[in-house]
Design a protein around this ligand. Structure first.
Ligand code: 2RA
Length: 335
């Protein structure tokens, strides 16, 4: 059934990608209600050949909205998610505001789509979209967890500057143009560099980005016995986040069995032929919706353990596409 879709943060990099993905996937929206802060209100947004004017969020604006996609930061989500839900919208929130709230499901459709729905079969009113670096990892961990049991993951990330939206992209561009950029990557230059800090440090020496990977993975997978040991690093690339995964399973495996399992798993494309130097890279994952897997190999130096390298477009599967896929599951059930 056709529905009215609001997008809060419509003029940001993720918000614009959400609208692009809704159009590409022919999401059955009768109209888009683009919402943004006063800085961006008034901007024109195109959708399915029609033009919509970006407005300020308000309770009235959410009245009659069926799906509200949020990507305007945690403060805006805390201010507007419950209001939108009270007005009848199903809120799919890409911010960190509700991800660890026990009342709010944290969903990757390939992993835990059932979490979208209450016991009575109706959708939860607020559904949280996980952090980009977590989404691409759990898409790959899910089939392994189901088949072999999952004990521990050591993950090192190589994250695109677009994880920080337009600010990240503009920072890299201005540095490459020779202008010094002060406010990005914690006052370090990002061009020609690697910065092992994404978001702020917490008391335990890990950054918020790293603790998101630890905590969100356990919630999405529904398994608090999984241990995740993360290091998240910003690098000056476009196109997606890369992640090196060292995965210890509960049961041993044949590497060809793992390869076949991943080749046929939902949301995954295997790009793995060392003889042809074929493996995933950010530039070849750009604007794609799948998680690309390569460099699959046994870890000969630790039992029941394998290594792999995965890449996904952090603006798409890492944010916008995952949110739209959740919306597709919601409306498919509504019929
Ligand atoms: C980043 N994952 O890459 C965080 C937020 N998108 O900056």
């Amino acid at each position: 059934s056709r529905c009215r879709v609001a997008v809060l943060g419509a003029t940001g990099l993720v918000g614009r990608t959400m609208i692009q993905v809704l159009e590409e996937r022919n999401f059955p929206a009768t109209e888009i209600i683009p919402l943004a802060s006063s800085r961006s209100a008034g901007q024109v947004v195109k959708f399915q050949g029609k033009e919509f004017i970006t407005q300020l969020p308000s309770r009235e604006v959410f009245r009659g909205v069926d799906i509200a996609l949020f990507s305007a930061g945690a403060t805006a989500s805390k201010e507007w998610a419950k209001v939108a839900a009270e007005e009848g919208a199903i809120v799919i929130d890409n911010s960190s505001a509700f991800r660890m709230d026990p009342e709010v499901p944290l969903v990757v459709p390939e992993v835990n789509p059932e979490a979208i729905f209450k016991a009575d079969g109706t959708p939860e009113l607020i559904i949280a979209n996980p952090n980009c670096s977590t989404i691409q990892m759990v898409v790959v961990l899910k089939p392994l967890h189901d088949r072999f049991g999952l004990k521990r993951v050591v993950v090192s990330t190589y994250q695109s500057v677009t994880g920080k939206g337009k600010a990240g992209r503009d920072a890299l561009e201005s540095e490459l143009a020779g202008e010094k950029q002060e406010k990005f990557t914690h006052f370090h230059q990002i061009a020609f560099n690697a910065v092992p800090q994404i978001d702020v440090f917490t008391d335990n020496g890990y950054t918020k980005e790293e603790m998101k990977m630890v905590n969100e993975t356990r919630k999405i997978m529904g398994d608090d016995t999984i241990s995740v040991s993360p290091t998240t690093v910003r690098i000056p690339v476009y196109g997606g986040h890369g992640e090196s995964l060292n995965i210890e399973l509960d049961r041993d495996f044949e590497i060809d069995e793992v390869r076949e399992l991943l080749r046929t798993a939902p949301g995954i494309i295997l790009q793995d032929d060392p003889s042809a130097s074929l493996y995933p890279m950010p530039l070849t994952s750009y604007e794609r919706d799948e998680v690309f897997v390569g460099r699959l190999r046994r870890d000969y130096w630790h039992p029941r353990t394998l290594n792999m390298w995965i890449v996904a477009d952090n603006l798409r599967k890492g944010a916008a596409t995952n949110a739209v896929q959740i919306a597709e599951v919601v409306i498919a059930k509504k019929g």
